[in-house]
Design a protein around this ligand. Structure first.
Ligand code: NAP
Length: 346
């Protein structure tokens, strides 16, 4: 890792990403009186902020709006003292020879005793001809954002996982017809979602089919698909195409910094530790099954508790003068936090 700016402000904990995992880590860390900042390149909430209704997060038998849930998580982290900085994208994580960490954003540098990586995932592009051309003119990855534009119209959703089925169902609130185009003859989505989908008269399943081209003049007018079993080509007359074919972790900036798996997901052990001492990870960008809010918040809590233990152990092993300075800064920061002071970058 490259050297970093020694003059930057020192935080106990820098959390990268304000989705459910990062915000939960922020709640636990700030309750532990760690001087904590949560950095988020977009708005707090991550993928759930774009989700219409969350039905499988405990405590909400009627379901809860993903946006509302994420705002409550953010407020809770702030209530205990974490600073949540939105529209501040992280570009680098560095560690010097003594193991001190620094997180660089597009606005400044934060020195940190410990770092929690919770950068989340982003929707995958299909690469189908017409996809890039019609972004904002009929091609979308966010039904919650764009669904209302398709009132009384026809749309196609590509994919067969939870996102495709749930967002396809959401689109039936507006669209008269929703084609669900899936490359196999069986959906991957949870069974309860599948049952609702099959029961919805506005949904038409297009099985064993892959998209070949998104066509139109100024706006999307058709999705051309091919049946992979029969070779039959079909042109579906649609005004919009929503793409839900999986997600990729936001970890390109971590390549060569912490160990990643072959798909770019962050490798962690059972205590959320990465390959770099003092750096923990949680949420959808970590390797492993179950990309769910329930798991993200559990892993976020564990990462924060482990970070606190790491920092405490660091303090016990501070023999030299430089470390003593850091220790004094740290003690001051905890006192400031307890007194309700705020944090600011260099
Ligand atoms: P996903 O589960 O990976 O599903 C992606 C779907 O797209 C699959 O059906 C896949 O087909 C299809 N696909 C992949 N590449 C394709 C391509 N190039 N062309 C056409 N189709 C393609 O992704 P997701 O639905 O976004 O979900 C991501 C994670 O979040 C999952 O773990 C999911 O359970 C979770 N999630 C949970 C909820 C919830 O619990 N309410 C909601 C949303 C997401 P195959 O099936 O043939 O592989």
């Amino acid at each position: 890792m490259p050297e970093h700016d020694q003059d930057a402000a020192l935080f106990d904990l820098v959390i990268v990403g304000a989705g459910p995992a990062g915000l939960t880590a922020g709640i636990y860390a700030s309750r532990g009186r760690l001087k904590t900042v949560v950095l988020e390149r977009n708005m707090a909430g991550g993928q759930i902020a774009l989700t219409d209704l969350v039905e499988n997060y405990p405590g909400f038998p009627e379901g809860v709006s993903g946006f509302d849930l994420s705002q409550k998580m953010k407020a809770q982290a702030e209530e205990f003292g974490a600073e949540v900085r939105e529209i501040e994208g992280v570009t680098a994580l560095a560690q010097d020879a003594e193991g001190r960490l620094a997180v660089t954003t597009d606005r400044g540098t934060f020195r940190a005793r410990s770092v929690i990586l919770a950068p989340g995932v982003e929707p995958r592009r299909s690469g189908v001809p017409g996809e890039a051309e019609f972004i904002g003119r009929g091609v979308s990855w966010c039904a919650t954002c764009d669904g209302a534009l398709y009132r009384g119209r026809t749309v196609a959703v590509i994919g067969g996982g939870d996102s495709a089925v749930e967002e396809g169902m959401f689109l039936t609130k507006f669209a008269d017809k929703v084609y669900l185009v899936h490359r196999r003859d069986e959906l991957r989505a949870a069974h309860i979602a599948q049952e609702r989908c099959f029961d919805n008269a506005k949904m038409e399943l297009v099985w064993d089919s892959v998209p070949r081209r998104i066509a139109g003049k100024d706006m999307v007018e058709a999705l051309e698909v091919e049946n992979v079993k029969t070779g039959e080509q079909r042109s579906l007359p649609v005004n919009g195409v929503f793409i839900y074919i999986g997600q990729d972790p936001n970890t390109a900036w971590l390549d060569g910094v912490v160990d990643l798996d072959e798909h770019g997901y962050i490798l962690t052990d059972g205590l959320q530790r990465t390959s770099v001492p003092g750096v923990f990870a949680c949420g959808d960008a970590t390797a492993g099954p179950l990309k769910q809010i329930a798991r993200a918040v559990g892993d976020g809590a564990l990462a924060a508790v482990q970070a606190e233990k790491y920092i405490d152990a660091l303090e016990c092993a501070l023999p030299d003068a430089d470390s003593a300075v850091q220790d004094a800064e740290h003690a001051a920061s905890r006192t400031e936090r307890a007194a309700g002071g705020s944090a600011a970058p260099a």
